[in-house]
Design a protein around this ligand. Structure first.
Ligand code: PLP
Length: 389
């Protein structure tokens, strides 16, 4: 008998083609692997109907593994993994909103979330109420919506919602509160401390943490997430197992990375606040920032996004994007590499200019994703780029 093969007097495969397909099947692995493996299989052998896994569009063990981990981190009992953050949002909206439902949505957030709501929800008869950050509680009081959707820290102007206050109001009105906790992460804001029904993540950012995957999650109350998983099985927008594996790998260092992102971003913001080429700096952990009191109340740290308005116009902003050296111009955030993005021409290009200006997304706005390099190198690069515009 070959080393590592089951001794079997049983049926043996003879054919070359059969061996190509079924060979190696009986390899003995007596110990559990230390790291949860990637189940790259479309289906599962199901001798009986009493099965857990059937087909990977519905469930897959590698995906369940990372779902259980993120649910536990958030303090919930259930999570659903998706092919992207947008897939998570779209499925959540479709699972709970129907004709005549009312949705209050924060307007000054990641623009695709708002345009997604605008594009798909009116088609099924949902009424949408868009509102800027400071007015949310008033609008919720007035509209009495079925669902409220906000970002805990907003992209790109890093506004912080008083989630403690908002969740009291939504609870008292029986509205479902959904938060996008992508920027804060569970490290800086643990959602289950508040009356939040569902939490959305773009795992493409800090959860994955290495700028190498696209994925998303919804965590929350068990039954609500089950409903989302049912719809996901029909829509076919589940995460793939390799991505799940990489996210699990990323999650193992989330606390260490977030601590460094928090510290680096705060250090960079504190140095840049006196730079004469900068008109305004947005970082909620700076005492002079409007969001500071709320940030102190609900966040452990302010994560790695620092947004600046440089003195100048569109051309100066674009010049800055060309002059940065170690920091790369790219349209994402939350990974090890420091990045700069220009919301007017990148993340928020879907909005027309008037709307961008109304939201505070001016042409001279630059969003910095402060990575895990040494703070001094990050500052030096920003300063030299500012000098050269
Ligand atoms: N939520 C926020 C705050 C985002 O910034 C993004 C993407 O940039 C998304 C959701 C969408 O996530 P994804 O790109 O994974 O689809």
């Amino acid at each position: 008998m070959d080393e590592g093969r089951l001794d079997s007097n049983r049926y043996t495969i003879q054919g070359f083609g059969s061996k190509l397909i079924h060979g190696g099947r009986d390899l003995i692995v007596p110990e559990e692997p230390l790291v949860y493996p990637i189940y790259l299989t479309s289906a599962f052998i199901t001798p009986s109907l009493a099965r857990v896994y059937l087909y990977s569009r519905e469930e897959n063990p590698t995906i369940t593994f990372v779902e259980n981990k993120i649910a536990e981190i958030d303090g919930y009992k259930n999570a659903a993994a998706f092919s992207s953050g947008m897939a998570a949002e779209a499925t959540l909206f479709m699972a709970f909103l129907e004709r005549n439902s009312k949705l209050v949505i924060q307007k000054d957030i990641y623009s695709r979330t708002v345009t997604l709501a605008r594009e798909i929800l009116p088609k099924i008869g949902v009424e949408i109420y868009e509102t800027k950050t400071p007015n949310i509680i008033d609008v919720v009081e007035k509209v009495k919506p079925d669902m409220v959707f906000v970002e805990t820290i907003s992209n790109p102007l890093v506004r912080v919602i008083d989630i403690a206050e908002l969740s009291k109001i939504t609870r008292s009105h029986g509205a479902m509160l959904v938060v996008d906790n992508t920027l804060a992460t569970p490290y800086n804001l643990e959602p289950s401390k508040y009356n939040i029904d569902l939490v959305v993540y773009s795992a493409s950012k800090y959860l994955g943490g290495h700028n190498d995957i696209i994925g998303g999650f919804v965590t929350g109350e068990f039954d609500l997430v089950e409903r989302i998983k049912d719809l996901r099985a029909s829509l076919g927008n589940i995460m793939d197992p390799v991505t799940a594996f990489l996210i699990d790998r990323g999650l193992k260092t989330l606390h260490i990375r977030m601590e460094k992102h928090n510290r680096n971003a705060e250090a960079v913001a504190k140095i840049l606040r006196t730079n004469s080429k900068i008109e305004k700096i947005y970082y909620p952990c700076l005492e002079e920032d409007d969001n500071y009191p709320i940030a102190r109340k609900i966040l452990k740290g302010c994560s790695g996004m620092v947004t600046i308005k440089i003195k100048g116009d569109l051309d100066d902003a674009l010049k800055f994007m060309k002059e940065i050296k170690m920091i790369k111009p790219a349209g994402t955030f939350g990974g090890a590499e420091s990045l700069a993005s220009h919301p007017s021409t990148m993340s928020h290009r879907h909005l027309d200019r008037d709307e961008r200006l109304e939201l505070g997304i001016t042409d001279n706005l630059i969003r910095l994703s402060i990575g895990l390099e040494d703070a001094e190198d990050i500052v030096n690069d920003i300063e030299q780029a500012l000098e050269n515009i």
